[in-house]
Design a protein around this ligand. Structure first.
Ligand code: NAP
Length: 246
């Protein structure tokens, strides 16, 4: 069993990942900028606390994100610290389509994949599709308007519990470089998801489908954010909504 440091272990994906790793029998330490039970204090942007957090660790599961391109600096700090430590495996979560969809955040994630490939520390990179939580946030955040604007494209959303399961499998295996992408069990249009969300959240807002121009939407229409073939994920968006909204 491994001694694991999970960065981002307090986040949306991190919480179920820490649970899954512990259920599999691993010893898990969570890196956080804040104090908390079973957490070690550290900041990936400043490097504060990182050397102590990595002491005695053999595997790092890197999930932390600032939601911005500053993740490149954070990953650089983490990889440099791992190279100075006894870490023998970094498992990194990336996103399906980072090499095709020209969003700055996606470009940053692709750059981090390349940084891992250039590092002597063995690694595994897993790309997953959009989480159910992210899709829901896009609808729920449009608070002030009587409508919910929904761009015309599709997604293959996945439950964070399913991603956590796959990350746990990968931690138990040899470093494998980039492994097969994973996606959820359904391919849905944003409008279908918005309608499911509206019913579950008891929202009275009108769903308004909009066509956005540009390269990003073109790549989404080309399904660059989806995974061909059999899905890995098992939980549907309606199951997620039922659990979230009761
Ligand atoms: N959302 C999606 O649809 C999707 C799809 C595929 C892959 N992903 C990837 O999945 C990963 C996790 O996403 P998420 O939605 O679970 O993130 P999240 O809920 O926003 O959580 C972010 C985490 O990052 C940590 N963090 C942020 N800045 C930090 C810093 N400077 N130093 C140390 N820790 C820091 C936070 O820890 P504290 O606040 O406790 O310090 C928190 O645990 C990301 O890499 C994301 O790109 C997301």
């Amino acid at each position: 069993m491994s001694e694991i440091l999970v960065t981002g272990g307090t986040g949306t994906l991190g919480v179920p990942t820490v649970d899954a790793l512990r259920r599999a029998g691993h010893s898990v330490r969570v890196l956080s900028r804040h104090p908390g039970p079973d957490q070690v204090r550290g900041d990936l942007l400043t490097g504060a606390g990182l050397a102590q957090a990595l002491d005695g660790i053999d595997t790092v599961v890197h999930l932390a994100t600032s939601g911005s391109t500053r993740d490149v600096d954070a990953a650089g700090t983490l990889i440099a610290a791992a190279e100075e430590s006894a870490v023998t495996h970094i498992v990194y979560i990336s996103i399906v389509g980072v090499d095709s969809i020209p969003l700055p955040y996606y470009r940053a994630k692709l750059q981090i994949e390349h940084m891992l490939e250039a590092s002597p520390v063995p690694h595994t990179i897993l790309r997953a599709t959009q989480f159910h939580d992210l899709v829901t946030m896009i609808f729920a955040y449009q608070k002030r308007l009587p409508w919910v604007f929904v761009p015309r494209f599709g997604a293959q959303p996945i439950a964070v519990e399913d991603v956590a399961e796959r990350l746990t499998e990968l931690v138990g295996q040899e470093p494998a470089g980039r492994v097969a992408d994973i996606g959820g069990p359904e391919r849905l249009s944003a409008e279908q998801m918005a309608r499911q969300w509206k019913a579950a959240a008891l929202s009275t807002k009108r769903i308004v489908s909009i066509r956005l121009p540009g390269e990003i939407v073109r790549t989404l229409r080309e399904r660059k954010n989806m995974v061909p073939g059999a899905p890995y994920g098992t939980k549907t968006y309606s199951e997620y909504l039922a659990k979230r909204y009761g």
